[in-house]
Design a protein around this ligand. Structure first.
Ligand SMILES: Cc1ncc(COP(=O)(O)O)c(C=O)c1O
Length: 375
């Protein structure tokens, strides 16, 4: 006879060591106010796609419930918000791909970007219960999604004549280089879009975070900030602090070992980092399995007990190692901040050769998310 083994749960909630992402919802609200201050005549589409840039879509939607609309990339995200009870205007910036998504947009009253003739054809063939609100997206230079400017008037007419579409049609374009205030590409895109604004009219949306902060001539009726709502600078080279933004996510963990290494000792996989003298090496419980970038090189800063120390050696799946020579008193259990309060995520992104967006979006489910600052 086979005896089943009973696994009993220990009583009470166990607190295992696990990296934490503290999500400061008051900071998110503060950043939304910064967006409003910088674009006082525009309404705000708060972009909360991709799980609100890794922060948790539902909690951020709740914190930013005063936004005029939410911007998403996929229909699934919009449906999730509706099913959770959010009644704000929702705009799916990538539009829809198939009649199921179109029917969902109609049923849940989700607004759609219309990015090409395939989508327009689907709209024309559809028989929807309720009309949908549409944003005609024009490709003024990104060459990703949108109608070429020369075809925009024809697409606009088709949308106006489509019984599934609720008038009036709105206009949208997306800027490719607004993060660089010296780059003339933004002016070129605006030169292509301005005649369509005059010709077609309606409500207009152009500005992402970078344009919102750096290109006031792009503001018009609706701005579409994403990254700045999470506290990171959208402009090249700076940090959110410069624009009075506050970091929403603080990623932290703890020291789980402190090793007294000798001169010449090699640290981590590949042993690429050698101790130049006898020194304490700290081991922190976080790695690429948690979303810390594997490509962060030696020298990337972390905060141990609030003071900067450099990463040394390779990032592993579950651990990183740090040079504790400037923190000889540091001990097992001490707190470590990877980015967030006191250490801008932009600094880590720059060191790792990526952008803050990618780091924030990559924090894995293994990390414990904790909210503060709501209510
Ligand atoms: C169409 C569109 N609008 C607005 C945004 C928000 O951009 P950002 O996060 O740079 O403010 C995005 C993000 O990629 C986007 O794709």
């Amino acid at each position: 006879m086979c005896m089943a083994t009973m696994v009993t749960e220990p009583a009470g909630e166990l607190q295992f060591l696990r990296p934490e992402a503290l999500i400061d919802l008051a900071a998110a609200r503060h950043n939304l106010n910064c967006a409003r201050t910088a674009a006082p005549c525009s309404r705000v589409i708060a972009v909360i796609k991709s799980n609100a840039y890794g922060h948790g879509m539902l909690r951020i939607a709740q914190a930013l419930d005063e936004a005029d609309a939410f911007g998403l990339s996929r229909m699934e995200e919009a449906v999730r918000l509706r099913q959770a009870g959010f009644e704000q205007r929702l705009i799916v910036l990538e539009g829809f791909f198939g009649s199921d998504e179109l029917e969902a947009a109609s049923h849940y009253q989700v607004e759609l970007a219309v990015n090409g003739w395939e989508q327009l054809l689907l709209l024309e063939k559809s028989q929807l219960q309720q009309q949908v609100t549409c944003w005609l997206k024009v490709d003024t230079g990104m060459h990703r999604l949108g109608f070429p400017p020369a075809e925009a008037a024809r697409a606009h007419r088709s949308l106006e004549n489509c019984i599934s579409v609720r008038p009036p049609i709105r206009l949208m374009t997306h800027l490719a280089n607004a993060d660089d205030l010296q780059d003339s590409a933004t002016d070129c895109q605006m030169q292509l879009f301005l005649p369509l604004i005059s010709q077609l009219g309606g409500e207009i949306s152009i500005a992402n975070s970078a344009a919102l902060l750096g290109w006031p001539q792009t503001h018009y009726d609706w701005v579409r900030p994403g990254i700045m709502l999470y506290g990171a600078s959208p402009l090249l080279g700076g940090t959110g602090e410069k624009h009075e933004l506050k970091p929403v996510m603080t990623l932290s963990s703890r020291l789980i070992a402190v090793n007294q290494c000798q001169s010449g000792d090699r640290v981590g996989y590949g042993g690429g980092w050698r101790c130049p003298e006898p020194m304490p090496v700290g081991v922190v419980a976080i790695g690429y399995g948690d979303g810390y970038p594997r490509h962060a090189p030696s020298g990337t800063p972390l905060l141990v007990n609030g003071s900067r120390v450099p990463l040394i050696g390779r990032v592993s799946m579950d651990m990183v190692t740090v040079d504790l020579r400037s923190q000889p008193q540091a001990k097992v259990g001490d707190p470590v901040i990877l980015w967030g309060r006191g250490l801008p995520v932009e600094v880590i992104a720059q060191a790792a050769g990526t952008i803050s967006y990618e780091l924030l979006c990559s924090v894995s489910q293994r990390v414990r998310f904790i909210e503060e600052g709501f209510g």
